[in-house]
Each structure stands twice: as structure tokens, then as C-alpha cells.
Design a protein around this ligand. Sequence first.
Ligand SMILES: Nc1ncnc2c1ncn2[C@@H]1O[C@H](COP(=O)(O)OP(=O)(O)OP(=O)(O)O)[C@@H](O)[C@H]1O
Ligand SMILES: [Mg+2]
Length: 292
Amino acid sequence: MSERFTDVESVREGLKNVDYLADDGLASIVYLADRLEKPILVEGPAGTGKTQLAKSVAEMIGARLIRLQCYEGLDESKALYEWNYKKQLLRIQSEQNADWDTIEDDIFSDEFLLTRPLLEAITAEDPVVLLIDEVDRVEVETEALLLEILSDYQVSIPELGTIESKQIPLVFLTSNNTRELSEALKRRALYMYLDYPELEREREIVLTKVPDISQNLADQVARIVRSVRQLDLRKAPSVSETIDWARTLVLLGVEHVDAETATETANILLKYRSDIEKATKEFATTEDTFDV
Ligand SMILES: Nc1ncnc2c1ncn2[C@@H]1O[C@H](COP(=O)(O)OP(=O)(O)OP(=O)(O)O)[C@@H](O)[C@H]1O
Ligand SMILES: [Mg+2]
């Protein structure tokens, strides 16, 4: 059993020290994943801190982050390993007099193996955090490549045998929920839905990430973004957009947001013209709710 953390609170504190603000639910999952030696699957809307969670956990424990960015068409040779054909060919040519069995043993050895992120994480000697990012982008058949790693922390290579991990890495999978993931994959991981943060936590995130912002402005920003998210939008503002908006307001020297300022800067928060129009209308009628 691995014991990187003493308790849930120490996870929350540790993450806070690297500027990631987790609520107790999220901190518990990270704590449990370590104790149960299970991967974490984090699902949720864009920009809610899924990728950042893995990065921040790596930073917190001083581990190297190994990232497998998923995309349509990702295959074994990019995710797991690939044989270095060129090098193998050269070796075959240089060993023309040797018998085939000897050559075969030679060219299917470590020396000719090109490790890709998953194998890299398994064979690492130093502490690592493995991030399998946006796993919903690969075809469902490709998910099968991940199953052996996720349940047994090992990789089977036909020519070499099974390579077991020297340590159990912390593994994070993220998904934007563009399609259902397979049952097989879900079963192997602890599941966490990461939604937009609560008002108080988003305010804290803004205070942490935006230097020189006042308590009052951070509070207004969190409050207004929250009400904007309740509109029927094509793309609700994410935490990154909240931070961008807060930075913009500070740069512009704004100390207090009114409907006019909100309207003038709405393009930082929203990325569709129709969304901006909806928000602008809302700002005009709800200005009095911008403050507590
Ligand atoms: N809890 C948090 N504490 C601190 N910063 C946060 C938190 N949540 C989000 N952020 C900020 O929001 C930014 C965006 O987060 P991130 O890139 O992890 O989102 P994501 O969920 O992976 O989005 P996508 O689905 O688009 O990949 C981060 O770089 C970070 O600055
Ligand atoms: Mg991400």
C-alpha cells in the first residue's frame, strides 16, 4: 500500500500550497486513489481544473508528470511503445552471419524499444504522476490499450514479456464527457465529477491566481460569473475565463464592476456573439445584484 498522504486534510493543504484549491470531495478522491492504488477518472465541463489537478498533484509530491494527450487515431505506437525499425534493420544487416534466433533475441530487446508515455510511466525509477488527458477523444476500441496499465500497472510486450511497474504511480484520466467511456475503463478507476466551483471557492481561486486583486473585486467577479453560467449559453465561462476576466479588470484599473464595465469586457468571458448578447441583457437588468 502506498502512503503518500497522511489524511484528506493534508492533501487539501498540500494542493493549496501549490495554488490549487480543492474542496473536500476532490481531496478525498486523491487521498483514496493513493491508498487504494487506483486511478482517478475526472470528468466535467471544460476549464474546471481537471488537467491542472494532475499537474498540481505532481508538483505537490515532487513527482515527474508524464502526460499522454489523447486524440482520435491515437494508437499503441504512440501510447505504449514502438520498435525502432530502422535500428533493427541496421543491426540485421551488420549481423549477416549470425543465425536468425540470435538476431531475433538481439533486436527485440530494450535497446531497440522506443518507450511512449504509458510504458515510460511504468518503467520510471523516479516518482511519477501519469496523466491520460482527454481520454474520451480516443475511439472506444483504443481504450483497451489502457486497461492493463490501469488495473495491473503493467504492460505486456509480445516479444519481451510482461513489464511490471517498479512503483505504483498516481494516475489521472480526464474526460470532457463527449462520449460514454467503456464500463471496463470506468470499473478500474475512482470517479469524480468536477463541476464549476462553488462561489466561495471560485473567489478563492481568483484571489490566488490574480495578483493585486481586491477582495471586493474578486467577490464581484465570482458572483457575476456564477449568474452568467445560469443563462442558457452555448458555452458557459470556465474557471480559466473567470481568471482572464479578473486579470483584465485589474489591468484596466477597474475597482468596481457595473453593467457598463461588464458589457465592455464580456468578450473575455464569453466566446459566442449570441452568448455575449444574452449576458449583456442580463447585466442591464441585474446590476443591483453585482454586490452582496
Ligand atoms: N481548483 C482550482 N484551483 C486553482 N486553479 C484552478 C482550479 N480550477 C481551475 N483552475 C484554473 O483554471 C485553469 C484551467 O484548468 P484546466 O486546464 O485544468 O481545465 P480542464 O478541466 O482540464 O479543461 P479542459 O476540459 O478544457 O481541458 C487552470 O490552469 C487553473 O489556472
Ligand atoms: Mg484539460
